[in-house]
Design a protein around this ligand. Structure first.
Ligand code: HEC
Length: 112
């Protein structure tokens, strides 16, 4: 039998690893979002901590209350599916960002 203390320790370790990964995902996502050659989100969106934002799109804030993770992935992957006339580039469909990069950007969006 596994000693309960061993189990609790393993569970705590797994939890910690999960949190650490989500944080590094968000940090990587912020880098991608702010990078003018990659996400370039600041060209159109005001984002906390970002310099010289544009105002073509709405400020990105409090997104957690508005969308779930899958909805945010869908928006970043291809906003034209929700709004055919949007100015926002379809980052996934046009392969501007990979699936993993979009995942990291969404980790970051969920911290705003
Ligand atoms: C060329 C301008 C442009 C760029 C670049 C851009 N967006 Fe957008 N974005 C928009 C516009 C305009 C909207 C408003 C909704 C629409 O047009 O359908 C929007 C909407 C959004 C929304 C929904 C916001 C809400 O409150 O409903 C999210 C989330 C979003 N963008 C994320 C991003 C991310 C992340 C990036 C960078 C990877 C990005 N956008 C880059 C123009 C842009």
């Amino acid at each position: 039998m596994i000693h309960p203390a061993t189990f609790a320790f393993a569970a705590a370790l797994a939890l910690f690893a999960g949190v650490a990964q989500a944080q590094s995902g968000a940090a990587e996502g912020q880098n991608i979002a702010f990078d003018r050659g990659r996400g370039n989100c600041l060209t159109c969106h005001q984002i906390r901590g970002g310099d010289l934002p544009g105002t073509i799109g709405p400020e990105l804030k409090e997104l957690k209350g508005k969308y779930d993770r899958n909805e945010l992935i869908a928006i970043v992957t291809d906003e034209t599916r929700r709004n055919p006339l949007t100015a926002m580039p379809p980052f996934g469909r046009n392969r501007i960002l990979t699936e993993q990069e979009i995942d990291a950007v969404v980790d970051f969006l969920l911290t705003l």
